[in-house]
Design a protein around this ligand. Structure first.
Ligand code: SF4
Length: 315
């Protein structure tokens, strides 16, 4: 739920007004604006999904009341430029990077922005030493934030960010087929069973309604990463593979008929979206990996200018 107002949204000055700001400073300012918007301003496709979900739930039902409360909180967070949830999550930056762009300068700028966003209260002090539990008060440590670089033929970087809460990350899972425990073989029915089983196991934990990202294939690590990358697709995005698109549509309906509902309290909306990607695999392995994203689906992105400013916002 949104926290009290702690900051104003960092300005994103147009490149033309940046004067002679150097590349590291301009990048840090752009990253700070990205974090500020991501933490407080839910993307319109997700908000639209929640609004549509309200109309599907019965008047006076717990499900409808829960969804209405979430929508109120989304407005409060936006108006107050406050974190949408007290768990500001793991910051996962996915960067499409031209080969000649200075990676280390970009990483340093992003880390500076994370520290500044934490100082301003846009991010909770949310990173701890795994063994001692001691806080890393600026949210900077080995593995925090997370960067994923994808080589790009574009002339400037595209930076996408999701903030992934722990509750939803905890219910992400991976199946190795065949899996006798759920009767899943290495076929379409086996994949379907994994997808449904992931949602049934979560039972609303992970703060439903959420979105499920799925990777069919890949290795273990790559499967989790590719499942998470599905979150950069908007909710109305349709898989370019007609067969996969059909599974996304059909299985989403099936999942929402399970009755788990918002926060697991019953209802017709357990998932707002199901996004499936596929990777190749070695013949000996067949992984189906799911990444769960909660209703606080904090996803934003931007295209940078060559000077490090904001050319345009994504989402
Ligand atoms: S799962 Fe999402 S909504 Fe729930 S506490 Fe974590 S970040 Fe917040």
């Amino acid at each position: 739920m949104p926290q009290k107002k702690t900051s104003t949204l960092p300005s994103a000055r147009p490149a033309s007004r940046r004067g002679r700001m150097d590349l590291p400073s301009a990048l840090a300012e752009s990253f700070l604006a990205l974090i500020g918007r991501t933490t407080s301003d839910l993307p319109s496709d997700v908000e639209r999904g929640l609004t549509q979900a309200v109309t599907r739930e019965a008047r006076g039902s717990q499900a409808r009341a829960t969804l209405e409360t979430l929508l109120e909180n989304i407005q409060l967070a936006r108006t107050g430029v406050a974190p949408l949830c007290q768990d500001t999550g793991t910051l996962y930056f996915s960067v499409r990077l031209p080969s000649d762009f200075p990676t280390q300068i970009l990483v340093t700028a992003a880390r500076q922005a994370v520290a500044e966003a934490t100082r301003r209260g846009l991010l909770r002090q949310n990173t701890v030493n795994s063994l001692t539990g001691e806080s890393h008060p600026q949210n900077l440590a080995e593995g925090s934030p997370v960067f994923h670089f994808i080589p790009s033929a574009r002339s400037t970087p595209e930076v996408r960010l999701i903030m992934k809460g722990g509750g939803s990350e905890n219910v992400s899972t991976q199946f190795s087929l065949p899996d006798e425990s759920i009767g899943a073989n290495r076929d379409v029915e086996g994949i379907r069973r994994c997808v449904l089983e992931a949602v049934v196991r979560a039972q609303g934990n992970g703060c439903a309604p959420g979105v499920l990202g799925v990777c069919i294939g890949g290795d273990r690590a790559g499967g989790y990463q590719y499942a998470k990358e599905q979150f950069f697709r908007e909710l109305d995005d349709v898989s370019p593979d007609a067969i996969v698109a059909e599974w996304e549509k059909r299985w989403l309906v099936e999942i929402n008929s399970l009755g788990i509902g918002p926060m697991g309290l019953g209802g017709k909306t357990t998932l707002l979206g199901l996004k499936i990607g596929t990777l190749s695999r070695v013949p000996a392995s067949f992984f189906v990996t799911t990444a769960y994203m909660c209703w606080a689906f904090r996803r934003r992105g931007l295209v940078l200018t060559p000077e490090g400013g904001i050319h345009k916002w994504l989402y």
